[in-house]
Ligand binder design. Structure first.
Ligand code: DC
Length: 221
């Protein structure tokens, strides 16, 4: 399958929104790989297993009963783990933090690789994550890497929380964003980095529509 657009970047950069808008525009499928890592972290947490036990981690990854259901005429994608709707808890900072920690384990990444690659179905796929262009879809013809300075990303995250009716403290959010970046950039397995042929967009001063316009230009639509 040749129609793959990968969108990688730091946490809170707006990848998810850009990926969703591009998938709608192109009529392609959408892979939110962060949601897979988050759901996996929740499954591990719920079972209370020791994350040093790689054998159990691989078993959980291989048997993860995870489904994504889009609501008609809605931007919302509902995520079900073992038949239970986990959409709300999936997006919390707590889950993101657990996912970031557990995603640094090499055997976990390998065990979740095929599940992600299976999303590549006709007519095309927009894949959002940290290693979509470097590891999961290295042959993708369209690769984008989004960045923005950490203060701007913390502000975007604060607005997102406020829109959901949740309060947040900017200094705490900034500290979380920076800690997550540090872990995602410095891990040994599939660290966050732009692929050599990725188109890098600094979104600090750009609106979502401006980013979508630049990505659309890249794939000439
Ligand atoms: O994109 P996100 O915030 O939903 O991702 C949550 C965590 O999952 C992120 O901090 C690192 C990990 N992740 C990853 O390691 N590789 C991916 N392709 C996507 C997410």
């Amino acid at each position: 399958m040749n129609n793959v657009l990968t969108i990688d970047g730091t946490s809170g950069v707006g990848k998810g929104t850009v990926a969703r808008m591009m998938a709608q525009k192109l009529g392609w499928h959408l892979l939110d790989s962060g949601a897979i890592y988050r759901a996996f972290a929740l499954a591990v947490d719920a079972r209370g297993v020791d994350i040093a036990d790689e054998y159990i981690l691989v078993e959980i990854a291989q048997t993860l009963d995870l489904t994504f259901k889009s609501k008609i005429n809605s931007e919302l994608v509902n995520v079900f783990l073992d038949g239970r709707n986990i959409s709300k808890i999936l997006r919390t900072e707590y889950t993101g933090e657990m996912a970031s920690k557990i995603a640094s384990i090499g055997v976990v990444r390998s065990a979740l690789l095929k599940r992600q690659q299976n999303f590549a179905q006709a007519p095309g796929l927009v894949a959002d994550g940290r290693d979509m262009g470097t590891v999961v879809f290295p042959k993708a013809p369209f690769k984008v890497f989004l960045t923005a300075n950490s203060e701007e990303r913390a502000q975007r995250r604060l607005k997102q929380l406020q829109a959901q009716g949740t309060k947040g403290i900017i200094s705490q959010i900034l500290a979380d964003v920076m800690a997550r970046d540090e872990r995602d950039f410095s891990r040994k397995n599939s660290p966050l980095k732009p692929d050599k042929d990725a188109f890098i967009i600094d979104t600090t001063k750009l609106s979502i529509d401006e980013v979508v316009a630049q990505v659309s230009d890249l794939i000439k639509i």
